[in-house]
Design a protein around this ligand. Structure first.
Ligand SMILES: Cc1ncc(COP(=O)(O)O)c(C=O)c1O
Length: 379
């Protein structure tokens, strides 16, 4: 038996939509791209959406569009995929990490103010593992200190946050000046590679669209006229067609993922050595991954051994995430050491992302849980 860590949910609809595009002359910058952008903007509830070729490209464009530059400081979380901090480095600014809340695994709003200096310009706030950050508190701080916010919602399409201030549920992607979603194949919906920026700010949308397309003008553009420094961060028509089929199925997809998570919860809740994923009362998770935490009596090497044993039994799993500040690049650049962000470090040492995808069956989950119990080194 080999159980993958993730597995995209591709049906005949997706295959048919891609084939349709292949029968047209438009493989790039065609009608599917525009339609996909419109559908995502509608789904999230923003005025604009700009499709790009990855979540990382989208983050990079947003850092530029918000005018973040060398010498600026940008607050973010150490417990994320490396791109949420790298995008700050791309423009010569400095990521300032703030430790996380041990329950939600998102940046701890109570620790943000201490990290703000005269150089702080913005925050890159991640909705990690599809669980929204605590936005009421974060937005209050941003307002008080006039900080811009990029919402890294790469892992959280469809997640919702209950705002006590606005007294309503709000979809992730609506916080801050702009947000980004990723469509890498392990995400809830995929375009193979891809991402999309969403915003209510026309200027940000236009700058991002221009920069993603070699710095061309948005309207009345001459193909070889370039008005600003740009990149080729474009999404192709084939990717957009795949994305359109996927977004048309998003409710079904998110329900399937929730069902798989609930089956895991049922089998894992009673194991004292394991903490199952937490959901705050003000959060509706969009299930991206299923990450358990071993109890505090386990050390990193115990966890790594369990992961290796699971892999040998054909169960793909991973140590989601290794804290960004302890990545070799960040240790080299900023001299970070263990102890800098103790909560993120302690959790990073004890997480295991288990196989998680829409078609994962209860039988397979039972097998995974059986093996996991077997490999839990008795402490
Ligand atoms: C939190 C977070 N930010 C950014 C990214 C980057 O997205 P992509 O892989 O599409 O470049 C990811 C994707 O893995 C992510 O999980």
């Amino acid at each position: 038996m080999r159980i993958p860590l993730s597995n995209p949910d591709i049906t005949n609809l997706e295959r048919k939509e891609i084939l349709k595009v292949l029968k047209t002359p438009y493989l790039a910058l065609g009608p599917k791209l525009k339609e996909f952008e419109k559908k995502i903007a509608q789904y999230i509830g923003t005025k604009y959406a700009v499709a790009v070729n990855s979540g990382t490209s989208g983050l990079h464009l947003l850092i530029q569009a918000l005018g973040i530059k060398k010498g600026d400081e940008v607050i973010t979380t150490p417990f994320s995929f490396i791109a949420s901090a790298n995008c700050i480095l791309y423009e010569g600014a400095r990521p300032i990490f703030v430790d996380i809340d041990p329950s939600t695994l998102n940046i701890d709003p109570d620790k943000i103010e201490k990290a703000i200096t005269k150089k702080t310009k913005a925050m890159v706030i991640v909705d990690v593992f599809g669980h929204p950050a605590d936005w009421d508190q974060i937005l209050k701080i941003a307002k008080k200190y006039k900080l811009k916010i990029i919402e890294d919602s790469c892992e959280a399409i469809g997640a919702q946050y209950y705002s006590k201030i606005k007294r309503k549920w709000i979809k992730c992607g609506n916080f801050g000046q702009a947000a980004i979603f990723s469509f890498y194949p392990n995400k809830q919906i995929t375009t193979g590679e891809g991402g999309i920026i969403v915003t209510n700010n026309k200027k940000i949308a236009e700058i991002c669209q221009s920069m993603a397309n070699q710095g061309r003008k948005i309207k009345n553009s001459q193909w070889l006229e370039h008005i600003r420094l740009g990149y080729n961060y474009r999404m192709s028509e084939l990717q957009a067609a795949l994305g359109l089929a996927q977004i048309s199925r998003i409710n079904e997809i998110l329900k399937k993922r929730e069902k798989v998570a609930k089956i895991y919860n049922k089998y894992l809740a009673e194991i004292p050595e394991i903490k199952i994923p937490y959901t705050a009362s003000w959060a509706k998770i969009s299930w991206f991954v299923y990450v358990i935490q071993l109890s505090k009596k386990y050390h990193r090497k115990d966890r790594d051994q369990i992961i290796n044993n699971l892999k040998k039994a054909g169960i793909q799993c991973s140590n989601y995430f290794q804290s960004i500040h302890l990545q070799p690049l960040y240790k080299k650049l900023f001299n970070y050491k263990r102890g800098s962000f103790p909560i993120a470090e302690s959790i990073s040492d004890r997480t295991i992302a288990l196989p998680f995808y829409n078609s994962l069956t209860e039988t397979k989950i039972k097998y995974i849980v059986k093996k996991l119990k077997q490999f839990l080194i008795k402490k």
